[in-house]
Design a protein around this ligand. Structure first.
Ligand SMILES: NC(=O)c1ccc[n+]([C@@H]2O[C@H](COP(=O)([O-])OP(=O)(O)OC[C@H]3O[C@@H](n4cnc5c(N)ncnc54)[C@H](O)[C@@H]3O)[C@@H](O)[C@H]2O)c1
Length: 268
């Protein structure tokens, strides 16, 4: 899909990867609804983009961890955009660690990393099927294809996000619905920077040693180029494809290698 004159929604658009994607979409000529719970940062992005092209962007501050909030986001986005050509469910949280992770943290991880995708699609799909087109893009992670050392909730919810996107593509792909899923390794954002060696922060150390840490703008450029081809998997770190192949064909060795990496970084 070419983004010029397209009507788009980007969640998690106040910071990091979502902000860079929203800016890139806008630069390509799209109208963009920016959604995030971080209202101050969100309004700053909206002001910056509307200064470049008046009335091309609105900011909708919302906490997307409920079905109601996602339904309202779709409804309010349609008031501004009319038909939504592309919805990018990118907001996510890197929370939780091991078996001691509280239930409330597991629930937060599922609500935002998985259920928000499902809830958004629930309110998008009727319009898309009636029109015979619509593009759903989500951000999972390389952790959704491989694993996240140090965090069971992140690992599990990112697998689930990828599984949902695959299911969507299989179920509706023959009726004009396009689906892509962004699966990066390390990206230089608050999520990665905020870590230390405990809890979710331990994950960032693992991510740093696992490979290159890309800038969000680099990821956004790769996203736009991949959306042009309408390819399902968006892999800013191409080596992830090799790791996935190894995981599939030499699973025992892959697990042993992951244990070694864990020992090196977390001393477990
Ligand atoms: N940074 C990385 O290394 C990396 C790697 C792979 C995948 N990801 C994924 O990329 C996505 C974007 O993360 P990022 O790295 O840009 O981090 P970030 O923390 O900079 O951005 C995440 C954004 O999501 C928003 N958000 C979180 N919970 C929300 C909620 N309940 N309602 C509305 N907004 C909410 C935050 O306010 C924030 O603006 C996430 O899904 C993350 O899991 C990140």
């Amino acid at each position: 899909m070419e983004l010029k004159d397209k009507n788009t929604v980007v969640t998690g658009a106040a910071n990091g990867i979502g902000k860079a994607i929203a800016e890139r979409f806008h630069q390509q000529g799209a109208r963009v609804v920016l959604a995030d719970r971080d209202q101050v940062a969100l309004d700053a992005v909206a002001a910056e983009l509307n200064a470049k092209r008046p009335n091309s962007v609105i900011a909708l501050a919302c906490d997307l961890s409920t079905e109601k909030a996602n339904a309202e986001l779709v409804e309010n986005s349609k008031k501004f955009l009319g038909f939504i050509d592309l919805f990018f469910a990118n907001a996510g949280v890197g929370v939780g660690s091991d078996l001691s992770t509280p239930e409330s943290v597991w629930n937060t991880a599922f609500d935002i990393n998985v259920h928000s995708h499902r809830w958004a699609v629930k309110y998008l799909i009727d319009d898309w099927l009636a029109a015979g087109h619509g593009y759903f893009v989500s951000t999972a992670s390389a952790a959704g294809l491989l694993a996240q050392i140090g965090s069971a909730p992140y690992s599990v919810t990112k697998h689930a996000a990828l599984a949902f996107a695959e299911w969507l593509s299989i179920t509706y792909g023959n009726r004009g619905i396009l689906v892509s899923c962004l699966c990066p390794q390390g990206v230089n954002t608050n999520m990665l920077r905020s870590g230390d060696r405990t809890g979710a922060g331990a994950n960032s150390n693992v991510v740093r040693v696992a490979g290159a840490v890309l800038e969000p703008e680099t990821v956004a450029e790769i996203v736009v180029n991949t959306l042009r081809d309408e390819t399902f998997l968006i892999l800013p770190h191409p080596e992830v494809a090799q790791y996935v192949a190894k995981k599939a064909t030499e699973h025992q060795r892959w697990l042993a290698g992951m244990r070694k990496l864990q020992h090196r970084v977390l001393d477990i």
